[in-house]
Ligand binder design. Structure first.
Ligand SMILES: Nc1ncnc2c1ncn2[C@@H]1O[C@H](COP(=O)(O)OP(=O)(O)O)[C@@H](O)[C@H]1O
Ligand SMILES: O=P(O)(O)OC[C@H](O)CO
Length: 513
């Protein structure tokens, strides 16, 4: 065996789980990926099986280590990054989930969020948590689980309901980071960027907020301890008698969008990235200042290293971007997402067609839970190529909605935007994005920036990397895209897009008839 050492990263995303092994230069040594079932019990509901996610996590770690010929003992640390907001409740004694995980996309608590607005809690929630009240966040999901999870699912059937048991600390709450760390090390912790997505956490005082816990009837005893993203104290180590057969410290964790910010080396205030996955998440580092948004963005925690102050970010969360491409596949307009590039290039324009993929309402900057998907401007001459192109354009326009809000809130002109995620393989989309926002788009060489960011957090904590400068040197450009379209034309099309968004927002507010 060699004395080479590595850092591993678990990237637990909406559609699947990846494990990647990185070397000191930030290069990928090996990687394995498995998808998990998407469970849709009712329209608008989305669940995952937490046990399947944990089994897949063990499996991808084992596979990636074998494929890279890496011994677990060569891992200096493991980092975790995860789909955020997705909520799990589990039995502390047995480790068994009391119900499926409720996924960030799930809309079952929409009505409950509307009662918050009616109670005038919008503003206080925004001030404390930095978040715009929405079914997206963990708070109303946890409340729903406490009210509805079936006690029979607990390992030993008990007379008490889930909430009573949670009050005694016998049922635990966590986002996916907590769930994985609990299974890896036995510790019940979360990290600060994930906590900032619960709508229960005070992002200024850095503590769980009593008023919000009371509003959602969430017992404090079920909450994890909140720790830095890169934690020298670590979140514990893997069990030497467990599946890895050795003790590896789990020392870094970040919500996946914050991990991408970190992996893109956006360490300084003013740097920004946008990730194009199922949805898109545009984050601007605002340094030690928590910038309050007046234009529909979220104020969120960007990252924190042990002993350092918290770094904040402004975030524009767009719920459906890559998922709109998946929808094209579902309705058989395409066979594979990769086809969209050639199809879009085969026509000169969308011929006046606009697609607004508001399938789960609209997130930033509109925050309209009841908006619905809309296609406008079709004629008898509309072809699938036009609809495909309009769907790609919708990704770019939604990003412009957020970019404009970002500049208005921060006063920072974003002159260059780093991009990542599954959809940026599409060069047409990257060029279009540059045209639509009139800004340079930069794609980095490493395409798994999310996993890399959490590896950095873990590696910094255990001294595998010593400082941010070392990481900055690892970051290299794959390709830059500069605006080519005349700005006046881009602006005119964007105006039409805004009218299409108004249609999506006006539609389907009531029950179907
Ligand atoms: N060539 C492509 N053009 C446009 N979208 C693509 C392309 N390839 C993949 N995608 C989209 O990228 C998404 C997957 O990206 P990924 O970053 O893996 O997502 P997630 O982390 O949310 O699971 C899918 O929604 C898919 O539709
Ligand atoms: O798993 P992804 O990449 O779709 O990211 C999901 C986000 O974290 C949701 O907030």
């Amino acid at each position: 065996m060699t004395d080479l050492t590595y850092v591993g990263a678990i990237d637990q995303g909406t559609t699947g789980t990846r494990f990647m092994v990185f070397d000191h230069d930030g290069q990928v040594v090996s990687s394995a990926y498995e998808t998990h079932e998407q469970i849709y019990p009712e329209p608008g509901w989305v669940e995952h099986d937490p046990v399947e996610i944990w089994e897949n996590t063990k499996s991808v770690i084992t596979t990636a280590l074998a494929e890279g010929d890496v011994d677990a003992a060569q891992l200096e640390a493991i980092g975790v990054t995860n789909q955020r907001e997705t909520t799990v409740l589990w039995d502390a004694a047995s480790g068994t989930p009391v119900y499926n995980a409720i996924v960030w996309q799930d809309r079952r608590t929409t009505d409950r969020v509307e009662t918050l607005e009616a109670e005038g809690l919008d503003e206080p929630i925004r001030e404390t948590t930095g978040l715009q009240p929405d079914a997206y966040f963990a708070a109303t999901k946890a409340e729903w689980l406490l009210d509805n999870a079936d006690p029979i699912k607990l390992e030993r059937s008990r007379p008490d309901d889930v909430r009573t048991r949670a009050e005694r600390g016998e049922v635990l709450f966590g986002t996916i980071d907590s769930w994985l760390i609990y299974n890896l090390t036995g510790e019940h912790v979360t990290e600060v960027t994930n906590a900032s997505r619960t709508m229960l956490y005070d992002i200024h005082d850095l503590e769980w907020d009593d008023d919000l816990l009371e509003e959602f009837s969430i017992p404090r005893a079920m909450l994890p301890e909140v720790r830095p993203s890169s934690d020298e104290a670590t979140y514990g180590s893997t069990d030497p008698d467990g599946f890895l057969g050795t003790e590896v410290p789990v020392a870094g964790a970040l919500g996946d969008q914050q991990a991408a910010l970190f992996g893109q080396a956006c360490f300084d205030a003013g740097s920004a990235k946008n990730t194009y996955g199922t949805g898109s998440f545009f984050l601007l580092n605002t340094g030690e200042e928590a910038v309050e948004s007046e234009h529909g963005l979220l104020t969120t925690i960007g990252f924190q290293r042990s002993g350092d102050p918290v770094q904040y970010a402004l975030e524009g969360s767009i719920f459906v971007t890559g998922a709109a491409i998946e929808w094209l596949e579902d309705v058989t307009l395409i066979d594979d997402p990769a086809e969209t590039e050639a199809l879009a290039r085969s026509v000169d324009s969308t011929d006046g067609v606009y697609v607004v993929p508001a399938f789960t309402g609209l997130g930033a900057p509109h925050w309209d839970q009841r908006a619905r998907g809309t296609i406008v401007g079709m004629t008898r001459g509309t072809r699938r190529e036009h609809i495909v192109r309009a769907t790609l354009e919708a990704i770019a326009y939604q990003t412009r909605d957020v970019a404009e809000a970002m500049e208005a809130d921060s006063g920072i002109e974003i002159s260059s935007l780093r991009v990542d995620g599954g959809a940026v393989k599409n060069n047409f989309l990257c060029q279009l994005q540059s045209d639509v926002i009139g800004t340079q788009i930069v794609r980095p060489e490493v395409d798994e920036t999310t996993a890399l960011g959490s590896a950095y957090a873990a590696g910094l904590a255990v001294g595998y990397w010593s400082d941010l400068e070392e990481l900055r040197e690892n970051w290299r450009v794959d390709r830059e895209f500069d605006p080519e379209m005349e700005q006046r034309l881009a602006d005119r099309r964007y105006e039409r897009w805004s009218e299409a968004v108004a249609c999506a927002r006006g539609w389907a507010r009531d029950e179907e008839v």
